[in-house]
Design a protein around this ligand. Sequence first.
Ligand SMILES: [Zn+2]
Ligand SMILES: [Zn+2]
Length: 170
Amino acid sequence: MQDRFIYIAGFGVEKRLLFATAKNVKEVFGYETRVSHISLPPKLGYNAMRGQYRGEEVLGYLSRIYYPNMLKLVALIAYDLYEEGLNFIFGLAQLGGSCAVVSTYRLKDTREEVFLERVLKETNHELGHTFGLMHCRDSRCVMSFSNSLLDVDAKSRFFCESCIKILPKP
Ligand SMILES: [Zn+2]
Ligand SMILES: [Zn+2]
């Protein structure tokens, strides 16, 4: 009987996206999942000049949320994220920590299935960081670094064999 959950919490994203992501996380990581909604405080980490939210501040806020029997928390947010020195980021995670954030903002596509696949990849990537994984040189591995949508589309949503060995089993 498993007693810890990976929570998928949405902010401004559709419910079916959360459920599809939860199903994928269960399949790829093997942990039970829970779906939830969060509301970020108004303008938390918002940079009006850039029209973007600062990833570190969102992550800091997430790190103070605690759900019952929470193993990890990944927030899917509909808003654009940035970090100092970068135009944008697809997501951010605490390396070896408990939370991660993925922005769906730049993953959009007119084809719903392409959009979904990108969200799943970025979620698995950021969750991988929370389990201590670093970037991987295998371009098909979900832990390979993505600078652009081309990179996101080129990789799979799965871990390569060497990354899988590092992931803890539930
Ligand atoms: Zn990364
Ligand atoms: Zn890998």
